[in-house]
Design a protein around this ligand. Structure first.
Ligand code: ADP
Ligand code: MG
Ligand code: MG
Length: 308
């Protein structure tokens, strides 16, 4: 009897981190479920206050303001996320690089503005994760090139989703879903059934390109449709090649499945930049991750573990 199945599910959504946050938990006690959902949204808000480039007082904004001039003391939490970002830069041969923002911040998607080729050229050498100097003993970060800016938009939501699920687990919740934009993590199953997670059609938001049953794992999707504008037939979207300072056009959508949302998030951005061959090659070298890629001709490509 369907109503019984859904009776103890509680959901909430909110606009945080420039995206839609959605959480769903199973619990017999509605008041307790509501506290669990509060805790999820509080964690999202906490990470947003710390890592948003749009909040002047955020730790990230302070780093961008001063680390080009001197070493800046940062929290262990930010230090660890910067270390992980650099690890993924190495793994992806520079396709994922949080210093993309040195050029990336010149794009204004709301006002449909993009930098000229000479603006890009002036700042392109600032894109290089090797300019980020982390000192573990001192707990500091310094940029070795004064033009460097960093941005965590390709990894922070995945990180936040991991944290939110951990908080729910610690509260004794055993079935839950948390989504932040394209980053989704599932705790347990949907009470005897798997969760069914969709990957939307990149060119039609009312259609799904693929649906996949999943439980106790996570999936992140990066697409060229999340934030973009068009100018003279060129699609300027939010995933930037660190090599060119421009959006890439080999693929339209990349989904990564794996247990750690923070890795899924960064890897989906990395594979998007790398394209089909190199990107799926990278994921095939990582046994804990799988990839689903739609190329620019709308053809689907899968990593080894998903290929029948
Ligand atoms: P979403 O923001 O929809 O979750 P992604 O996870 O693919 O999508 O992240 C895209 C975001 O990552 C961009 O909005 C930008 O903040 C950041 N970004 C863009 N290009 C890169 C890159 N080459 N390396 C790291 N981060 C990037
Ligand atoms: Mg990402
Ligand atoms: Mg993401």
């Amino acid at each position: 009897f369907a109503q019984f199945t859904f009776a103890n599910w509680h959901e909430r959504s909110a606009g945080i981190m420039g995206t839609n946050i959605y959480a769903e938990v199973f619990h017999e006690d509605a008041a307790y479920a509501s506290r669990a959902l509060d805790a999820v949204m509080q964690e999202m808000e906490r990470i947003n206050q710390q890592m948003s480039p749009y909040i002047d007082s955020s730790e990230l904004s302070q780093v961008n303001k001063y680390a080009g001039k001197k070493a800046v003391s940062i929290s262990k939490e930010l230090f660890d996320l910067l270390s992980l970002s650099i690890e993924i830069s190495r793994l992806s041969k520079g396709a994922f690089d949080i210093t993309y923002a040195s050029v990336g911040y010149l794009y204004n998607y709301k006002d449909k503005q993009h930098p000229s080729q000479s603006d890009i050229q002036t700042l392109l050498d600032a894109i290089n994760y090797e300019h980020i100097e982390l000192k573990a003993s001192a707990g500091t970060v310094k940029f070795l090139n004064p033009k460097v800016k960093i941005d965590l938009g390709g990894i922070a939501k995945g990180y936040a989703v991991d944290n939110a699920i951990k908080i729910l687990q610690e509260m004794g919740i055993r079935h839950a879903l948390v989504t932040a934009g394209g980053d989704t993590k599932l705790l347990g199953d949907r009470k005897g059934k798997p969760w069914v997670v969709g990957i939307r059609d990149p060119r039609d938001k009312h259609k799904q390109a693929v649906v996949i049953p999943l439980e106790n794992t996570a999936m992140s999707t990066s697409g060229d449709y999340e934030r973009y504008f068009e100018d003279k037939g060129v699609r300027y979207h939010h995933i930037i090649s660190p090599r060119t300072g421009r959006s890439t056009h080999e693929v339209q959508s990349v989904s990564i499945i794996g247990d750690k949302s923070v890795y899924n998030d960064a890897l989906s951005t990395a594979v998007f930049v790398m394209g089909v061959q190199d990107g799926i090659g990278l994921i095939n070298s990582l046994p804990a991750y799988e990839a689903i890629v739609m190329d620019n001709h709308r053809r689907m490509h899968y990593s080894k573990g998903l290929t029948p």
